[in-house]
Design a protein around this ligand. Structure first.
Ligand SMILES: [Zn+2]
Length: 654
């Protein structure tokens, strides 16, 4: 070990602030369990049958001659956590051949995975067998498999492969076969550093430095503030996945500029490309913040995963707020309620999901916006599976002095504090409701600290233990005591309605972690492809059309005095149900003063040019250009309950 490595080692004693619990320690309940069951029954348990050409037995990651790039490993990266979180033997059995083949494929020099390329066949990625990139995805699923089972073959497997990387990368750079690994090196680095913390093998730090040196320089790109201010400068998924690299590397560098660069990058992303949901306009390449630009489903699940990893490493709950925003707004809206169909590109203002090119960067022969299995591009078909299971896995962490709940959803968890088994049940209708109740059940009385995140939007949190109020300060409230069976903790996070400003000064209304949108009644129409289109995009897809009016602006008071001008309505029966995520299940709605803007009309299947706020409001008797109609009360629902929506509204003067 050289002096430099020694210095690095001394910085690395602490490791991530929060530690993951073994997969299966956190079980979903309530609406989250329903979501995971729908996911299992809809697509995740059946992708090998629904998409046999890529995920069937001829896949290269099962030893076949078929597809050998990212898509098979993507599916397994979501299937493994779902299987162990639900403790579902059939799902585990489905993942096992992939795990076993991966382990068995390792060669003497440490290389693993498909090692032979084949000529191109339409729809299959059979070349690039040695590319680093699909191996990064395979490392992710092997890592989770180890976290679920502790299979003792996995650590030697990782060590052997990382030796191979250390020896091979100097000649065959991360970008040797394709450029994807250069942008996504953070995920490779993440597992190398995890293994370093576990084994103390100092040479892993040399590999970490090598990976970092060959990674796309995100720290520099974010700090210089050029890339995110220009359209077309980076691919949407490379950005969502890659932006964690400076934070992962910060564990080695200790340089706060790595952390600051990511925060700067996320600020610029919001300002120049952002939507209220935390995602951004990038329908392949970065494409600005017009709410009719698209956001790819892969980008949402990768953004969530980046936030989860950065949260654990730094303990900075900014990343938890961000994670929740993407998860509870974008994700339910982009996948059908039966979890069989998804949309490649989602719009923040989306009034049709129609066949056509719209104004996206790439056309996908008109399939980018419709719902289907393979429509758009089928990366998302395989990658969407990681979203909800990994969110579930990140509801609780182990901290240095106890347990931490940083993201809220109904669940039950189990962990050991020393030799004491602790079970905690988390009962809540969050994010629809404001109260989270924890019932603590240790096998015997045990002292530890319970850490609870106070979301950044919450100004007046209230915390009680066994009914008695205790001090509660953000960003993380901590309660240290000797916990006994039957102890309860209640956290109330009052949600007020607030507004935020976006493209053309448009306004969005938010309450707690949820963005609210005009939910437009939907008409789904099933369509079919045949011939070459069916081979490429699947034989079934759905267009969705509006059955109601959408061209509303919000009255000024709704935006400037949201807390008083907007009425919050709760439906208790819906709130206590197991499914929230459609228009007729929305448990909380907002009643908002608004008026129609007759000039704001459909263009190319999208909302036409967004009128710049403020739009003059002259009332019903003056229909001159850009004036608005009479005042109405419109109902907004959680964004995640919508398929068709307006979430960025013009603001009307009064
Ligand atoms: Zn995708």
């Amino acid at each position: 070990m050289n002096l430099c490595t020694l210095l690095i080692c001394s910085l690395l004693t602490a490791g991530p602030v929060y530690q993951e619990l073994p997969l299966g320690s956190i079980r979903p309940e309530g609406w989250l369990e329903e979501m995971l069951l729908r996911q299992r029954d809809g697509i995740t348990a059946h992708l090998d049958e629904l998409y046999p050409s890529v995920c069937g037995p001829d896949n290269g990651w099962l030893g076949g001659e078929g597809d050998r790039w990212e898509r098979g490993p993507y599916w397994i990266d979501g299937l493994v956590p779902l299987a162990y979180i639900l403790d579902d033997e059939a799902l585990k059995a489905k993942a096992r051949p992939w795990i076993e083949w991966t382990l068995a494929s390792q060669q003497e020099n440490g290389f693993f995975g498909p090692d032979k390329s084949y000529p191109y066949i339409e729809g299959l990625q059979r070349g690039m067998a040695h590319d680093w990139w699909p191996r990064i995805v395979a490392l992710k699923y092997m890592w989770q498999y180890f976290n679920a089972t502790g299979d003792e073959r996995v650590i030697p497997f990782f060590l052997k492969y990382f030796r191979y990387q250390l020896e091979t990368l100097p000649d065959k750079h991360l970008g040797h076969w394709t450029f994807w690994s250069e942008y996504r090196a953070g995920d490779n680095l993440d597992i190398v550093l995890w293994l370093y913390h576990r084994t103390g093998e100092a040479w892993l730090l040399d590999l970490a430095a090598l990976l970092h040196s060959q990674s796309y320089p995100f720290t520099q790109a974010f700090a210089e503030r050029d890339m995110l201010t220009r359209m077309g400068s980076i691919h949407c998924v490379n950005l969502a996945q890659g932006l964690k690299e400076p934070v992962i590397w910060w564990q080695v560098s200790g340089d706060k500029r790595d952390l600051e660069a990511v925060r700067q990058g996320l600020e610029d992303l919001r300002q120049f490309n952002g939507f209220p949901t935390g995602m951004y306009g990038a329908d392949e390449a970065l494409h600005g913040n017009n709410p009719t630009q698209g956001s790819e489903l892969c980008a949402s699940v990768e953004m969530m995963y980046s936030m989860e990893q950065m949260l654990k490493v730094t303990g900075d709950v900014f990343f938890a707020d961000y994670l929740v925003k993407v998860a509870y707004n974008m994700l339910p809206a982009q996948i059908s309620d039966d979890f069989r169909w998804h949309q490649y590109l989602q719009q923040a203002n989306q009034v049709t999901c129609s066949f056509g090119v719209h104004n996206f960067d790439v056309g996908y022969k008109g399939t980018g916006q419709v719902f289907g299995l393979l429509t758009g591009y089928p990366c998302c078909t395989c990658n969407l599976h990681q979203g909800w299971p990994k969110l579930t896995q990140n509801l609780w962490y182990r901290s240095s002095d106890g347990l931490a709940a940083l993201v809220y959803a109904p669940c039950r968890m189990q962990a050991r504090i020393g030799r004491t088994q602790v079970s905690i049940r988390e009962e809540t209708y969050y994010p629809m409701d404001e109260t989270v109740r924890f019932s603590i059940d240790p096998s015997r009385a045990v002292e530890f600290t319970l850490s609870l995140r106070i979301p950044q939007w919450c100004e007046t949190p209230v915390l009680s233990v066994n009914g008695e109020s205790v001090p509660c300060e953000g960003p993380v409230a901590r309660v240290t005591r000797k916990w006994r069976k039957g102890d309860t903790v209640t956290l109330t996070l009052p949600m007020t309605v607030r507004s935020s400003r976006w493209y053309q000064n448009a306004a969005a209304l938010e309450r707690g972690p949820l963005v609210f949108a005009l939910g437009i009644p939907e008409r789904w129409e099933e369509r079919h492809f045949d011939g070459k289109m069916a081979a490429e995009f699947g034989d079934t897809y759905f267009e969705v059309f509006p059955e109601g009016t959408w061209n509303y602006g919000l009255m000024k008071a709704a935006v400037y005095e949201s807390a008083t001008a907007v009425t919050v309505c709760k439906d208790t029966a819906r709130m206590t149900g197991r499914w929230y995520w459609s228009l007729d299940h929305a448990p909380v709605t907002l009643q908002v003063p608004a008026a129609r803007i007759p000039d704001w009309t459909l263009y190319n299947g999208d909302t036409g040019p967004l009128p710049y706020s403020q739009v003059p409001f002259r009332g019903a008797n003056d229909m001159s250009s850009h004036s608005a109609d009479s005042i109405e009360t419109i109902t907004l629902v959680p964004y995640g309950c919508t398929t068709l929506r307006i979430s960025e509204f013009p603001v009307l003067t009064q």
